[in-house]
Design a binder for this molecule. Sequence first.
Ligand SMILES: [Zn+2]
Length: 122
Amino acid sequence: MTTPQLTEGIRPRLEHCRDCKRRWLVQRGFCPSCGSSETEMKDVSGVATVQAVTTVHRSVQPSAIGPAPYCIVLVQLEAVPDVRIMALAETAPAIGGKVQVTRHGQTGAPYLVTSEPTGTFG
Ligand SMILES: [Zn+2]
C-alpha cells in the first residue's frame, strides 16, 4: 500500500532547557533534569538510526499508514542521541540503517519513516 502522506512531513519537535541544554520529546513545561521552567520548543533533524523493528501482521484497526502488515520502528535521533522515537513504516528498514522520520499532523500524530537518506531499505 502506498500512502500519499509520506511525501513530506513535520520534523521532530523537542523541548529544550535553556539552563542545562537538555532536550526531550514529550512536552512538559519544565526540565526533567534540572527542574527549570525556562524551556522552549525547537525542531530538530529527523535523521535517525534504526535500533529495532517489529512487523505487525494482525491489528485490531488500521494504523496511520494503513492496515497490517506494517512495521513499528524504534529510532535514535542523530542530532539528539538520548532521544528515541517510535515510528511507523510500510516496510522494515535495516537495523543500524539511517532513516528520516517525520510527523504528519499536529501534536500526537505518529512519526513515520519517510525515507532512508543513505540508500534503499534492506
Ligand atoms: Zn535543565
